[in-house]
Design a protein around this ligand. Structure first.
Ligand code: IPM
Ligand code: MG
Length: 369
């Protein structure tokens, strides 16, 4: 009998609780099927935590995350908390979690599904067959660089952020990207702005140096502005994209439209000790509570959790197949609805249940806990 794994769920704000509910439903199904014991504890985070405790992340929640095998996060933020000072904003919880858990490698797969090709604003022949893994550095760069401040000057205010990377920070995320590429098509494109930025020049030099340990992997470098263009011109040229924190933030939103919707994109944030899984999309306050949110990003995040934290790689594949099957059956939330007669407008929980049904037909009574 395997050891019980501890999962911490941080549902967060807006559509966060709705999508995590479906993701947990799926996780419980595969855990039963694979005879895996899971203990789940839930804590408010972001705006929900501000409302209840006056701050976006409590010590108790953070401590629980540090004792866990994995964290599942929904989404944080919303207009209600927009006027809070920066360290009291919901997003501060997310950044603190990433930093405190040292989750330096953020994996964002861009997977296309045949049945969704018409949902992408890009031409079918451009997006068909695209399969990219973005590896975004998550605990450094301009998101965390010091100094940062807004000051009064004689000519009004001045805002300052600092973009800094050390060799060590670049090396460890590069290593994660090379390891990822070794299990894929063995090609990395490292994205920087080394024609202008010193931090990028160090980035390029360090990645180049790291590549010597991975002779079987092909490494190319690309400037970030060119990469933004190439992602819509010919996304099939990419296998693994390795990049820094802010470039990765921007490029992953752009790349999400290849799949049809940001509501499809899962992510895994990995460090040496901890791991956190979250959909790439935000809290979408405009559709919260309307049963309209797409839970696929959250459910696919649980698949990544099975692969990277719960030692259930088969379960990961099963969930990914079930998502594919559900889309082939025509189930669609509003963000991926293409108005064809083969499609069916479904609520958040209908999508979750349809995915669950795809997983359940092979359920063997002997595998139940
Ligand atoms: C993301 C989000 C976050 C980020 C925000 C909510 C702080 O956009 O995960 O991509 O910028 O990293
Ligand atoms: Mg983002």
């Amino acid at each position: 009998m395997s050891k019980t794994k501890e999962l911490i769920v941080l549902p967060g704000d807006g559509i966060g609780p709705e999508v995590t509910k479906e993701a947990i439903k799926i996780l419980q199904t595969v855990c039963k099927r694979h005879n895996k014991k899971l203990r789940i504890r839930s804590f408010p985070v972001g705006g929900a935590s501000i409302d209840r405790y006056g701050r976006p992340l409590t010590e108790e929640a953070l401590k629980a995350c540090k004792e866990s095998s994995a964290v599942l996060l929904g989404a944080v933020g919303g207009p209600k908390w927009d006027d809070q000072p920066k360290d009291k904003r919901p997003e501060a919880a997310l950044l603190q979690l990433r930093k405190e858990l040292d989750l330096f490698a953020n994996l964002r797969p861009i997977t296309t599904y045949k049945s969704l090709l018409q949902s992408s604003p890009l031409k079918r022949e451009i997006v068909s067959g695209v399969d990219i893994m973005i590896v975004r550095e998550l605990t450094g760069g301009i998101y965390f660089g010091r100094p940062r401040f807004i000051e009064q000057t004689e000519n009004g205010e001045r805002g300052v952020d600092t973009l800094s990377y050390t060799t060590e920070e670049i090396e460890r995320v590069a290593h994660a990207a090379f390891k990822t590429a070794a299990n894929r098509n063995r090609k990395i494109i490292s994205v920087d702005k080394s024609n202008v930025l010193d931090s990028s020049r160090l980035w390029r030099k360090t990645v180049q140096e790291s590549a010597k340990q991975w002779p079987e992997i092909e490494l190319q470098h690309m400037l970030v502005d060119n990469c933004a263009m190439q992602l819509v011109r010919n996304p099939k040229q990419f296998d693994v994209i390795l990049t820094g924190n802010m470039f990765g933030d921007i490029l992953s939103d752009e790349a999400s439209m290849i799949t049809g919707s940001i509501g499809m994109l899962p992510s895994a944030s990995l460090g040496e000790e901890f791991a956190m899984y979250e959909p790439v999309h935000g809290s979408a306050p405009d559709i919260a509570g309307q049963r309209a949110a797409n839970p696929i990003a959250a459910i696919a995040s649980v698949a990544l959790m099975c692969r990277y934290s719960l030692d259930m790689p088969e379960a990961a594949l099963e969930i990914e197949e079930a998502i594919k099957g559900t889309l082939e059956d025509g189930f669609r939330t509003a963000d991926i609805y293409g108005h064809s007669t083969k499609e069916y407008r479904a609520t958040t929980s209908e999508i979750g249940s349809a995915i669950d049904k795809h997983l359940s037909p092979n359920l063997k009574p002997g595998n139940l806990l």
